[in-house]
Design a binder for this molecule. Structure first.
Ligand SMILES: NC(=O)c1ccc[n+]([C@@H]2O[C@H](COP(=O)([O-])OP(=O)(O)OC[C@H]3O[C@@H](n4cnc5c(N)ncnc54)[C@H](OP(=O)(O)O)[C@@H]3O)[C@@H](O)[C@H]2O)c1
Length: 227
């Protein structure tokens, strides 16, 4: 089978970490990119340093990718942050951090990832959120950043139509990952999906026929949103 290359941002923790492990099992050569190191020791795993908020850092990351391959079969834009606070309690810096990481970051990944597109092959998967299509109380910064991300994806899909790129967007509800570690204990982990549930959906997306893209896969725990 031909060698397939994947880039995964936010590989050091949570879903990104699980996605990297899954893709390695599927035989991909995986570039994992985060600000901190990713604890995966595998001959087909290449750990890269990136701060997605910083365009120069993203360019340097792609320079490293370019030393190994001319093209990426799969780009998973997953890096993200999540904090809670009412509109009145949210500092501008906190709001901006969300936009920089969750919206501007994926923009940098797309803009500079363009050089690595393999026409009619590359599949770009974004890990957005149900909070990118529905507002939640005390989540304004995160919701704004994910609504913005969805707009970015929709525009780029139209612009790159001629390249035969597939754009798939996953919009999960709460999943039990370290992202919840600094959030109030009021949210029951038993009412969240497990990372393995997420990987089942991701697996379906990755193995889908090459003429398909998923514009919006929304999925959540059967108990509903954590409200
Ligand atoms: N868990 C959920 O309930 C849930 C639900 C819906 C959607 N999501 C989305 O899923 C994605 C992954 O979340 P998770 O739950 O796996 O969270 P997580 O465990 O906190 O992991 C977040 C990852 O993003 C990376 N990251 C954060 N800021 C970055 C930056 N500036 N540059 C590069 N990497 C950065 C982190 O690595 P470093 O800190 O090492 O850089 C880490 O690897 C996020 O986009 C999140 O919004 C999560």
């Amino acid at each position: 089978m031909r060698t397939q290359y994947a880039l995964v941002t936010g590989s050091s923790s949570g879903l990104g970490f699980e996605i990297c492990q899954y893709l390695l099992e599927e035989g991909f050569i995986v570039f994992g990119a985060s600000r901190s190191a990713t604890d995966i020791d595998h001959p087909k795993f290449i750990d890269l340093d990136v701060d997605v908020t910083n365009e120069e850092s993203v360019q340097q990351m792609y320079d490293e990718v370019g030393k190994e391959t001319y093209g990426l079969h799969l780009i998973v834009s997953n890096a993200g942050i999540f904090e809670m606070g009412s509109v009145l309690d949210t500092e501008s810096d906190m709001f901006l951090d969300h936009l920089k990481t969750n919206t501007l970051g994926p923009f940098h990944i797309l803009k500079h990832g363009h050089d690595f597109i393999i026409e009619n092959v590359t599949h770009i998967v974004h890990i957005s959120s149900i909070a990118g299509k529905k507002g939640f109380e005390n989540v304004s910064a995160y919701c704004a950043s994910k609504f913005g991300l969805n707009g970015l994806i929709e525009s780029c899909r139209e612009e790159w139509k001629g390249l035969g790129v597939r754009f798939s967007t996953l919009m999960p509800g709460a999943i039990d990952t370290p992202i919840w570690e600094n959030i109030s204990d009021d949210f029951e982990r038993s009412k969240m999906l497990d990372p393995e549930d997420f990987i089942q959906v991701f697996d379906m997306v990755v193995k889908s026929p090459p003429n398909m893209q998923f514009t919006d896969i929304t999925f959540l725990h059967k108990s509903g949103n954590l409200e």
